[in-house]
Design a protein around this ligand. Structure first.
Ligand SMILES: Cc1ncc(C[n+]2csc(CCOP(=O)(O)OP(=O)(O)O)c2C)c(N)n1
Ligand SMILES: [Mg+2]
Length: 596
């Protein structure tokens, strides 16, 4: 996406009547002007009186454009939409959430964005901080000391500015920090009294072009030299292609590096597509835990180049167990810049014989410049076969994948989600926008928000956003759908409905086996049945097209055909696909406690 010029999607606009000229300025008018200066395209929000001043400025002073509001039914989907928007466009969006209670609803989504290293400008409010200005009761319960503490452990920065000048500086700084690698969400808490203060004339708005995030720094030349030497001497190099950008240029550079080195490549479903999975150098299907074939390739390697690989230590542990890591390891990551004490999302401490402290996409061109094409034995993995259509009268994830692949052959699909039991071999990724990766924090309920945000970013691009999503994930976040239908953000959601929080049924099964207790009880407290939830009706109730339940591959194929046609015409479609409970994912790379 970042290769292409910026364009705004044409979604439903909600145009306010114009206000008369010559009005006085309010604090929130100045704040809204800063948000516009930052080029934030949309603000996803759920309303609240703590920011009624800002809300008024966005509507009446800015005319509800640049940024445009996107009303959401829940704060979690507001932040999720901003998260998904960045994943597809690499452009930061904003979310506005009411004082403490709204922020509390938003927390899981902020945590997900944090773990996914995705910038989101979260605006919030409190107060009035000046107690003499508070309305009885409600302003008191919605005023919190140090409100940012709710999210400080999983935001890069937060602030409660004490003046309009400070608010302008806070917004510039927040955007700059959020977009500096490793990226992440930031939170600016706007005192209600500050927003609602009459300020006479509008102060000058800061020049945001003078507060931009810095370029991603290149790696240290000595480290590149050391890495190049290791790679030149390697007999069986291997690349772990982890977090990387969506541009085709970065994609091609990764391919060029692998081909120059003759290195095998492993990718992962937690992260967005980083390398063509049908390339002869791609060693094994991606998984959330590396599958057995990936672990074997790791054990076979003598030099491992980890390109911002999420959980390098865990992956090495999966391959080498408690024994020493026999390969030399080149660790490329600047993630350590955001490691703190509260969340352990930094994962285990990996060994690193050479450590390039930079983003993966900043390292790849430097490495390409420093190495000569390899003369080692060519590697030619046979690309695995995708799932193919099958008959029969039951749907499993595999037969669902076969029907989906057949119905979408040749179409530019962007998968915004895959269900937990997905096996990476089911479908190849051949373009950086073929798959957008996980939610970062593994918070159930994030799927729809992320999908709709990505769909917003992709609208008009020709790509078709499709989510393959668990029923639990869909149901927890189901009201996000209304934002898609209301604003006309086309997408297709295929709910892989096993009528259970099945991941956790598997956990109960494991525990029961370990303890010698009845495995047949594993469904209790996990099954979502009696009554079955009518997922298509939930979709229709929000203005989307609802299909199903479908129970066979043939029915599913027909539903996908219809839904894809509607999606391409701008519709929002949901298919209830009743799949048998069962996971196809290869959990062999999970070192000790398989599952999520
Ligand atoms: C907010 C939250 N609650 C609970 C969990 C624990 N959890 C992990 S996966 C899962 C089941 C999800 O169900 P579904 O989306 O239907 O997927 P399935 O496992 O059935 O394929 C649950 C409850 C979580 N990760 N996040
Ligand atoms: Mg389920």
């Amino acid at each position: 996406m970042s290769d292409e010029p910026r364009r705004e999607a044409s979604i439903r606009s909600e145009t306010p009547v114009a206000m008369s000229a010559g009005h006085e300025a309010w604090g929130s008018d100045a704040i809204a002007a800063c948000v516009r200066a930052l080029d934030i395209p949309y603000l996803a929000l759920n309303p609240g009186a703590s920011y009624r001043g800002l809300h008024d400025s966005l509507v009446n002073a800015l005319g509800n454009t640049r940024p445009q509001m996107l009303l959401c039914i829940h704060e979690e989907s507001a932040v999720g939409i901003a998260h998904g928007y960045f994943k597809a466009s690499e452009r930061m969006m904003g979310a506005v959430v009411h004082s403490n209670v709204g922020l509390m609803h938003a927390t899981m989504a902020i945590f997900n964005a944090w773990c996914d290293r995705v910038p989101v400008l979260v605006l919030g409010a409190t107060g009035p901080w000046d107690a003499s200005k508070r309305r009885p009761w409600i302003d008191w319960i919605h005023t919190t000391s140090d409100q940012g503490a709710l999210v400080r452990d999983y935001t890069k920065w937060d602030n409660q500015p004490g003046s309009i000048a400070a608010a302008a500086e806070a917004l510039m700084r927040a955007a700059q920090i959020a977009n500096t690698a490793p990226r992440g969400p930031v939170y600016v808490n706007l005192d209600a009294a500050l927003q609602e203060a009459s300020i006479g004339a509008l102060p000058p708005t800061p020049d945001a072009s003078r507060h931009r995030a810095p370029q991603s720094p290149p790696p240290a030349p000595e480290a590149v030299r050391d890495a190049a030497r290791l790679l030149a001497d390697a007999r069986r190099p291997l690349i772990l292609a982890g977090r990387g950008g969506r541009s085709e240029r970065a994609w091609r550079a990764r391919i060029a590096l692998a081909e120059t080195l003759g290195a095998r490549v492993i990718t992962d479903l937690k992260m967005a597509a980083a390398f063509p999975t049908d390339h002869p150098l791609h060693a094994a299907p991606p998984g959330s835990f590396p599958p057995a074939a990936a672990l074997a390739a790791l054990r076979d390697a003598d030099v491992i180049l980890a390109l911002d690989w999420n959980d390098l230590a865990g992956t090495l542990k999966g391959a080498f167990g408690a024994g020493p890591v026999t390969a030399k390891v080149i660790h490329v990551s600047c993630d350590a810049h955001v490691h703190r004490g509260w969340s352990m999302d930094y994962q285990g401490l990996p060994v690193a014989d050479v450590y390039l402290l930079c983003e993966a996409d900043a390292a790849v061109p430097s490495l390409l410049d420093a190495i000569a094409p390899a003369t080692r034995e060519p590697v030619n993995n046979q690309p695995y076969d995708e799932a193919t259509p099958q008959g029969g009268d039951v749907l499993s994830l595999r037969t669902l994948a076969g029907a989906f692949n057949a119905a979408t052959r040749g179409l530019p699909i962007t998968l915004t989600r895959v269900p937990l039991g997905w096996n990476g071999s089911f479908r190849h990724f051949r373009h950086p926008l073929d798959y957008l990766g996980g939610d970062g924090g593994a918070g159930v309920g994030s799927g729809l928000g992320l999908t709709i945000g990505a769909a917003l970013a992709l609208k008009g691009s020709g790509r078709i956003p499709v989510a393959l999503m668990g029923d639990g994930d869909f149901l927890v976040g189901a009201t996000a759908l209304w934002t898609a239908t209301h604003y006309r953000i086309p997408c297709l959601v295929i709910v892989c409905n096993n009528r259970a929080f099945y991941n956790d049924e598997l956990h109960q099964e494991r525990v029961a086996k370990q303890r010698g207790r009845p495995v047949e009880n594993k469904w209790i407290g996990q099954r979502i049945a009696e009554p079955d939830i009518d997922i298509a009706a939930i979709a229709r109730a929000q203005g989307a097209e609802g299909f199903g339940p479908v129970t066979t591959p043939v029915e599913l194929g027909a539903a996908i055909d219809k839904a894809l046609a509607l999606t391409q015409e701008g519709g929002v479609c949901v298919i209830d696909a009743r799949v048998l409970p069962g996971y196809d994912s290869d959990m062999s790379g999970a070192p000790t406690r398989p599952g999520r």
